[in-house]
Design a protein around this ligand. Structure first.
Ligand SMILES: Cc1cc2nc3c(=O)[nH]c(=O)nc-3n(C[C@H](O)[C@H](O)[C@H](O)COP(=O)(O)OP(=O)(O)OC[C@H]3O[C@@H](n4cnc5c(N)ncnc54)[C@H](O)[C@@H]3O)c2cc1C
Length: 493
């Protein structure tokens, strides 16, 4: 007879929160005792898309979760191991009836891991419940009813975390379990220049955004410097699940009723909905991780240049705005939308490099790396969907327009800080004499432009426009539109 105590497990993945967490809510609803688990899985920790800044954000999120669980005399069991090995070990301590997690729209390795885990659960008579996260629906053939599904999801109230007394495994239970596992060190460097992980921090960003920062949202959204404070900066908290999109959406909706800046809130809420839109696209087109969604573009062959790639990654291309963006991203983990699009455009159009060569550097650097946005956006900005406008950003035009005093450039490319503003935008316009005046030598203090802007823009534009007339590209574009066009009913803001 099996005398082991019965439990359900909640396996946290990219949903590091207690509130509005469907997996936790549904597990608690059963009335069974619950163990909340997070595992640092070696297969993900070794995956080139991830970097320490992500793992540290997760560690900070888990510490915050444990603080929130203290009043319930519980905590998350945090281990470092393959998930099957963890559950296998737990099976020798407990009778596990079910595992609850969210449906992960992840990369190939998480998809493969989930398939193996599903088989493991079946073999061990464990029911694995995968729960909806942020309104993304699995198994859709097209988007015919997606807007309604999504509206219905966002209109329901966020789910409250209300465990019954002693429903969560106690601190003592979990500390006893910890003896069986390899435990990660959760300490992180508090001086690291990144946004700190955890719901408490996420709520602070949200509060300050809704208190005052959002009023200039639309004025500053494209400006590399000012967007850093006028945009919400909640993306890492959404990507790692410290905040749910639904709860943020509800707050914005309520604020809108009394706000003087309704347009700003509407623009913000639309972007919240784009989050689910992009993730849904990736959910339905998982091959986008490696290949362009439009198969017609697979015939586009670009020669990989290590020199170009290194210069781009390190911010030494000789184009000040591109270099400032890349250095700022490497240092802080954040760039606003337009600058993300601009650096990808420069890489794929002017440097004529395959978007696939940009994926891991960017995913490692973006603190908010969300596969469901990352891969579709990369392909969109590279002009390889066939369904979106082809945009080739001019870095000079953009720096003059969005960083007119070159403040952002001078901050992140300090070798240009002493130049007059026009030269900080275009140092290569300086004559020999002018360089002497500024005690500055192009090619020594700062690189010559790595490519010629106009010629490379033209070559990229001509090639891509020509390809867009290709039969296979057109057929594929039609297929994409049939599968992903939303019906006429729009999102409710
Ligand atoms: C090449 C490229 C890669 C990107 N990779 C990511 C990524 O890995 N993770 C990520 O969260 N965003 C990504 N974005 C989208 C966007 O740039 C960021 O969401 C935004 O800059 C985050 O800043 P914020 O939180 O201040 O945004 P806000 O403007 O305050 O928007 C609020 C939230 O809405 C969502 N959102 C905003 N813009 C978009 C968008 N264009 N598409 C989808 N959702 C959006 C995000 O969840 C964001 O946190 C990418 C954009 C590009 C061009």
């Amino acid at each position: 007879m099996n005398t082991k105590p019965h439990i359900h497990i909640v396996w946290l993945k990219r949903d590091l929160r207690l509130q509005d967490n469907e997996a936790i809510f549904n597990a608690l609803k059963t009335g069974q005792r619950i163990l909340i688990l997070y595992s640092f899985e070696p297969m993900l920790m070794n995956d080139p898309h991830y970097s320490d800044r992500h793992w540290n954000f997760i560690k900070e999120s888990l510490i915050d979760l444990n603080t929130c669980l203290k009043p319930y005399n519980s905590k998350v069991l945090v281990v470092q191991s393959d998930i099957i090995a963890v559950v296998n070990q737990l099976l020798s301590n407990y009778k596990i009836n079910a595992v609850y997690s969210h449906q992960e729209t992840g990369i190939r390795v998480t998809y493969e891991r989930d398939k193996t885990f599903k088989r493991f659960c079946k073999n061990n008579l464990i029911t694995w419940h995968e729960n909806i996260n942020n309104g993304v629906t699995r198994g859709l053939e097209n988007r015919e009813n997606w807007t309604e599904l999504c509206n219905a999801f966002y209109e329901t109230q966020p789910l409250k975390f209300t465990p019954k007394q002693n429903q969560l495994l106690t601190l003592a239970d979990i500390e006893a379990l910890e003896n069986y596992f390899n435990l990660p060190n959760l300490k992180t460097d508090i001086n690291a220049p990144f946004q700190k992980g955890g719901r408490t921090m996420g709520l602070k960003y949200l509060k300050s955004f809704f208190n005052h920062r959002y009023s200039n949202y639309m004025f500053n959204i494209s400006k590399p410097d000012l967007a850093r404070s006028s945009c919400s900066r909640i993306s890492p908290y959404i990507a790692w699940g410290n905040l749910s999109v639904r709860e943020v959406y509800h707050e914005a909706y309520h604020l809108k009723a009394t706000s003087k800046h309704k347009k700003a809130l509407e623009a913000f809420m639309s972007r919240l909905r784009w989050q689910a839109h992009f993730v849904q696209k990736f959910e339905m087109e998982h091959t986008m991780e490696e290949a362009s969604i439009n198969k017609g573009f697979h015939k586009l062959k670009k020669r990989i240049s290590k020199i170009y790639k290194d210069a781009w990654e390190t911010g030494t291309t000789g184009y000040p705005l591109v270099d400032a963006c890349m250095r700022c991203l490497n240092e802080t983990g954040y760039l606003n939308f337009r600058m993300r699009a601009l650096v990808v455009s420069f890489f794929t159009h002017n440097l004529w490099q395959p978007w696939q060569e940009a994926t891991t550097h960017l995913s490692q650097m973006f603190l908010d790396f969300e596969p469901g946005i990352h891969f579709p956006q990369l392909q969109m900005q590279a002009g390889e969907t066939g369904t979106n406008m082809l945009r080739i950003y001019n870095p000079i035009k953009n720096s003059l327009e969005h960083d007119p005093e070159a403040k952002f450039i001078k901050k992140w490319v300090p070798e240009l800080a002493d130049l007059d503003t026009p030269f900080a935008h275009q140092p290569y316009l300086m004559t020999e004499l002018e360089q002497q005046f500024y005690n500055f030598k192009l090619g020594e203090n700062y690189p010559h432009p790595i490519v010629e802007l106009e010629a490379t823009r033209k070559k990229a534009g001509d090639t891509l426009w020509k390809l867009r007339k290709n039969k296979e590209v057109i057929e594929e574009s039609k297929r994409i539109l049939r599968r992903h066009t939303l019906n006429r009913k729009s999102f409710k803001n």
